[in-house]
Design a protein around this ligand. Structure first.
Ligand code: SAM
Length: 385
């Protein structure tokens, strides 16, 4: 399957209108994992050079980000075979989630298996395909066909040759000790652009699982106050674990619908609205299912958060609005909406992306140009009460 079939025709048309000839390159990049896989040094516990030494001892090849002093990245390995490669081995078909993981170097566990060639027995060499037939990796079966379909746990296939390979980090001692957080480069830029200081009362309106909140906390040296909210109980549970692992102490976590933020009567100095979005910029995508209709509906949903943010910001306060999506409506169109409400766009202290579409002072990250996730950041000041 070529990347053309991985995107609904309406979305391909939408991209062609918005990005012109670059649309093809953008879609091709979205199909592959990021070329540079970033982690953020947890400066509450260690320094970059110390962590680089530890990671080297753990067998990895960390590199320094030239942009952010808390950034470290690892080079992606692959593609390890061409798109038209047909190894002709017995096939194990995995669900979309498991396929996306194998595609980036993970093992295949039994819950992710949808189908398996009946002949497969432990020790056999097999190929792993996604539900639409894309080859995502090659490996050695560790269960029989029947076992991998029926088991609810356990290693089904030891993946020896994934299409791409990103480092596997969560088993490392340095991870368990909370010395870093795996986070994309643009996400780190978003918290930087907020320029948090320890005097600030900060609200993070869509906080879980806590990537940006924990970054803001470290930029504040664990002082000052962050009120972080999210509506998802599961994601908040994960966030609590993460804050604990990272040693973050200046965050008050609230489970609520943040469209109701004004009911708390807060006058925040700074608000981060890392809005729920169509996530069109997230890589890799074996295929995309969102269409322009989803874009419209999501952009409308985001305006409720925007209205709530503006009400809860003190005069002179700062709003950073970010998304991990590529659409115009969720990004520049919502920026225009915020400008109509009287806020002013401000320059961003870290600017390594491109300017916006028809709006200069915002930052867009393109997967093909910046070799990152697709991402968007705007910074505003509320100049009137
Ligand atoms: N900022 C997070 C980070 O850096 O780790 C990622 C946030 S994610 C882009 C958007 C979040 O918005 C999700 O965790 C989702 O549960 C939350 N969300 C969606 N609708 C919400 C609502 N009405 N109120 C509060 N949170 C909401």
């Amino acid at each position: 399957m070529g990347y053309e079939e991985a995107f609904p025709p309406e979305l391909r048309e939408y991209y062609a209108k918005l990005f012109g000839r670059e649309a093809e390159e953008i879609m091709a990049s979205l199909r592959t994992p990021v070329e540079k896989y970033y982690i953020r040094v947890n400066t509450l516990k260690t320094s970059r050079s110390k962590l680089m030494d530890i990671l080297r001892k753990e067998g990895l090849k960390p590199k320094r980000s030239p942009y952010l002093k808390e950034g470290i990245y690892f080079e992606r390995e692959g593609p390890n075979f061409d798109d038209d490669y047909e190894p002709g081995l017995p096939v194990v078909r995995a669900n979309k989630f498991a396929s996306e993981s194998v595609y980036q170097g993970a093992m295949l566990y039994a819950p992710g298996v949808l189908q398996a060639d009946k002949r497969i027995k432990p020790g056999d060499k097999v190929e792993i395909k996604d539900p639409r037939g894309l080859l995502v990796g090659i490996g050695i079966a560790r269960m029989s066909a029947k076992e991998m379909i029926l088991s609810t746990r356990g290693l089904a296939v030891e993946v020896t040759l994934p299409k791409f390979r990103l480092p596997s980090l969560s088993e490392l001692e340095s991870f368990k000790k909370g010395l870093f957080y795996a986070q994309s480069l643009p996400s780190m830029v978003a918290s930087r652009v907020l320029e948090p200081s320890e005097e600030d009362l900060i609200v993070d309106m869509a906080a879980a699982p806590g990537g940006k909140t924990s970054h803001i906390a470290q930029l504040m040296g664990n002082r000052g106050e962050i009120i972080a909210m999210d509506k998802s109980r599961n994601r908040l549970r994960k966030m609590e674990e993460e804050l604990e692992r990272l040693g973050v102490k200046n965050v008050k976590l609230i489970r609520m619908d943040s469209r109701k933020l004004p009911e708390l009567g807060i006058e925040a100095d700074k608000i981060l609205l890392d809005a729920p979005c169509t996530a069109l910029g997230i890589r890799p995508k074996l295929w995309e299912s969102r269409t322009p209709k989803d874009i419209e509906a999501t952009a409308r949903y985001q305006r409720h958060f925007i209205n709530a943010a503006i009400k809860s910001l003190r005069k002179g306060g700062v709003l950073v609005y970010s998304t991990c999506t590529l659409s115009y409506e969720e990004n520049e169109a919502n920026v225009r909406y915020i400008l109509e409400k009287g806020l002013k766009l401000e320059e961003q202290s870290v600017f390594i992306g491109s300017h916006g579409i028809g709006v200069e002072d915002v930052q867009r990250f393109y997967p093909n140009r910046h070799l990152t996730q697709g991402f968007f950041i705007a910074r505003f000041r509320k100049v009137q009460a």
